[in-house]
Write a protein that binds this ligand. Structure first.
Ligand code: CU
Length: 322
């Protein structure tokens, strides 16, 4: 059992997935430090109990001493109540300190990113910018950024293990958290509250980058999507705008302004298709458009009637949107 546990733990580390014990920002660092404090206290208590147990086993017959009355009572009070009380008070105090630090969000001048959870993808907007993207949000390195959270349907939870602990998205409420990254990089986030069939494929990416790259991302978010450059892309755009796609998806600057599915204005540059379901390349994109139900069963994009001849054009068009 123990060997299995250690094996699983090591496998988890080797997998290189996002770990709350590998913090990259002040929020997650608080939680990681608290975790290590609890871990070492538990280890110390465990070691102490093992020593006492061994002592009791070794000496149980040899010493037939009668225990005098006062001694065990004092031992029980000190070791059984006094020491635990001190430990718990210390943990409580440290916990309160960290809770206060986590509540210390960004100032009013910080950017506000508005994230809405949908079954099973994340809608991303920025306050004051007229545009949307999905399953990916950018933040400037070294700055705290406010994140406002809503849900379009059921309970979800916004979790970026390396940056910040979880915040639940509750129907009818606007929740708030913040993100801060000390070093540039891409940090994987995940819905952390079971929300139905494809809960596991409700991932997102937080890209922490230098301020000028972040500003460029903001600017792009407000601009119309790229215009098609080749004939294939132009045909693809026409198919997209004139078919069912436009009823559910928006592409800024075109007639497509559906709000049921993710905004596709920059779909060509996304890290994945289907909120972490498959990589974003031509093959997977084609498979998704032809029948996303084989890729992410149960998701809310029904199988589409796309003529085989039109598929390459659609792929060319969507891939050009970066
Ligand atoms: Cu979920």
């Amino acid at each position: 059992m123990v060997a299995l546990g250690i094996g699983l733990a090591l496998a988890g580390c080797a997998g290189g997935g996002p770990s709350a014990l590998d913090p990259a920002g002040t929020g997650a660092a608080r939680v990681a430090n608290l975790w290590w404090l609890l871990f070492w206290i538990s280890m110390a208590v465990f070691a102490e109990v093992m020593v006492l147990l061994t002592w009791a086993l070794v000496f149980r017959r040899k010493q037939r001493v009668r225990v005098r009355h006062g001694q065990p009572l004092r031992f029980v009070i000190v070791a059984g109540a006094g020491i635990p009380l001190v430990i718990l008070v210390v943990i409580y105090a440290v916990g309160l300190r960290d809770l206060a630090a986590l509540g210390d969000g960004p100032g009013p001048e910080a950017p506000t990113i508005e994230v809405t959870g949908h079954k099973w993808w994340w809608e991303v907007r920025v306050q004051g910018v007229d545009g949307a993207t999905a399953n990916e949000l950018h933040i400037p390195v070294g700055e705290k950024v406010r994140v406002r959270l809503r849900t379009a349907d059921v309970l979800h939870s916004f979790w970026v293990p390396q940056l910040m602990p979880k915040t639940d998205l509750i129907a009818g409420e606007v929740r708030e958290t913040w993100l801060h990254a000390e070093r540039a990089g891409s940090y994987r986030g995940q819905c952390a509250e079971y929300c139905g069939t494809q809960h596991a494929h409700m991932a997102f990416l937080v890209v922490a980058e230098p301020r000028h790259d972040f500003d460029a991302w903001l600017a792009r978010l407000g601009e119309p999507a790229k215009q098609p450059q080749t004939d294939a892309q132009r045909r693809g755009q026409q198919t997209f705008v004139q078919s069912s796609c436009a009823g559910c998806h928006a592409v800024r600057g075109t007639g497509a302004n559906g709000r049921i599915g993710p905004d596709l204005s920059d779909v060509g540059s996304r890290w994945s298709i289907g909120a972490g379901a498959v990589p974003n390349d031509g093959g997977h994109l084609g498979g998704w458009i032809a029948n996303s139900q084989t890729v992410k069963p149960g998701n809310y994009m029904p199988p589409q009637q796309v003529a085989a001849g039109q598929l390459p054009d659609l792929i060319a068009y969507l891939q050009s949107l970066k």
